[in-house]
Ligand binder design. Sequence first.
Ligand code: ADP
Ligand code: MG
Ligand code: ZN
Length: 487
Amino acid sequence: MPIGQSWEAVIGLEVHAQLLTVSKLFCACDTTFGAPPNTHVCPTCLGLPGALPALNAEAVRMAVKAALALGGEVQAQSRFARKNYFYPDLPKGYQISQYDEPFCLGGALEITLPPARGEGNSRVKVARLTRIHMEEDAGKNLHDVFGSSVVDLNRAGVPLIEIVGEPDLRSSEEAAEYLRALREELVFLGINDGNLEEGSLRCDANVSIRPAGESKLGTRVELKNINSFRFVEKAIGSEIERQKDVLETGGRVVAETRGWDENTNTTYSLRSKETAQDYRYFPEPDLPPLMLDKDFIERMRAELGESPRQKRVRFVEELGLTAQAAAVLSQHPRTSAFFEEAAMLFGEPRKIANFIQSEVLRDVTTQGLQAKIPISSQQLASILGLVRSGKISGKQAKELYAKIKFTGHDPVTMALEVGMSQVTDPKAIEEVCAKVMADNPKQLADLKAGKTVLLGFFVGQVMKATKGSANPEIVNTTLARLLGTAQ
Ligand code: ADP
Ligand code: MG
Ligand code: ZN
């Protein structure tokens, strides 16, 4: 290939998502993360002879909801299959998965991309899904520094869905955005906690390149288990560059599986596809076909909440937020619920949104689907209620928030206790204004000479002198009157 050739990258992601059920896919064992090794096991997930699998109905409900939210076609009949391979973390010697009859076909994910060069609007792209299937997770091998290995089977049998995307993505940025949008969808459904670092969401990326304009797909490389958002984009980007180098120096890309080395920022070969295993898939004889009737599917559809995308549109169109505020306030299901409750109690969504963004969000910590929010929606509505009724100033509202956060204290009681009140007495404000004018003769002279921007300086000085307790409107009109700048 000549140097200077322009290339097009082609990427398709395979994403594994752990379903947040309380028990495993085929037995009643607990799925809680972080228990002592091998305490959540039973004959079924240990693969002991004679133990039989029984399908977890809750896992099916969650999987079907994911499929419907992603616009997939849930199949009336699907089948589990055995995927056979030998590895110590797989006690049965096979994984129960779905193969040629997955429970969901098709679907699509809408992703929002930054504007193309020279254009103002962000682009929306629809990335198609190939299929979604259910399968059980394997255990986890742990290796110590002395070279010996042990296996923890607590995770063996935990329910997963695998979401296979069509090769529709054209850059590492598109791939990262796809993963972000998919994660958001699953997290808002409440079926996955979105944690890449802990492995509850896992991503394999298939990457190839082809000459721009070519319609045939190039040879693909599969990047395994990229465990953070930062790495998804970096790993794919680096792999695209590597493939370009290979082709531009006369080589050919080999079909293989590669890993990501975060220290050197490069991918490295794990195994070649030529020696790919034959998994000898066959239908699971211990489970009947999975039959999902229309009524069940429609019931699941009715249980779907609003999607994060719909939420953002509603925040803008019905609640009057800016697109930016809507995006920030729909990043986590708990913070968006907090915002909506407070907005409903208070009645002025934009004021609530501003206060959450400027004060509350920096104190919010999230872990998976949980979020620690420093005050309740009632407390927030009550703080801003004090501002609305003129009892405290905006600056005092921030102080009041800082005083009551994480304490559960009632804002009204606290404001009384610390003697917070807004100065609305025109006489008192006029005194302060007069003093500030006397204290700043130079600025006063400049202002009178026409430098009107100094009005802001005087307002600031009065607010400072009153520790933010003066009513800003009264300060403004008083100053304007005294300075003779009133219209
Ligand atoms: P496997 O099961 O071996 O991983 P599949 O054919 O099911 O193989 O493909 C899996 C993923 O690879 C899909 O996400 C698909 O979009 C992607 N893919 C297939 N061919 C290519 C290609 N030439 N370049 C990039 N991605 C590809
Ligand atoms: Mg694959
Ligand atoms: Zn078990």
